[in-house]
Design a protein around this ligand. Structure first.
Ligand SMILES: [Zn+2]
Length: 125
């Protein structure tokens, strides 16, 4: 059985709440394969997404495996929109956007998406 986005989100929430004992889902935002943006926890709440680096940032998770492939067009477009909105709101530059693996020992979010993030960070605006 293929998990839909909502089932997948519920599984993440259960994992974070029951296994990790976090208050609720650890990310501030999650983006489904179809581009749907979900709110995990309020922006004002401290995230639980990057070991020792949770303060002063927001966590965005994209559902999928980006080891070899980039997210689908709709998902990537939503990521762009969300980043644009948050960067405007918090006066952030492209270089303020990080992949998980840049802040901790993990291959997350996968080489394909990390390469995209590296290109994003080099943008002028
Ligand atoms: Zn991660």
């Amino acid at each position: 059985m293929k998990l839909g986005d909502v089932d997948f989100l519920r599984a993440i929430e259960n994992h974070h709440r029951d296994t990790r004992k976090w208050a609720c889902i650890g990310y501030h935002f999650l983006i489904g394969r179809n581009g749907q943006i979900y709110e995990g926890r309020p922006e004002s709440a401290l995230g639980a997404h990057v070991h020792k680096h949770n303060a002063g940032n927001l966590g965005i998770a994209l559902l999928g495996d980006f080891t070899k492939e980039l997210p689908p067009q709709a998902q990537l477009a939503s990521l762009e929109q969300l980043l644009a909105r948050l960067r405007q709101k918090y006066a952030l530059q492209p270089r303020h956007v990080f992949g998980h693996g840049q802040l901790g020992k993990t291959t997350c979010p996968g080489p394909a998406l990390q390469a995209w993030i590296h290109r994003y960070r080099l943008r002028k605006s």
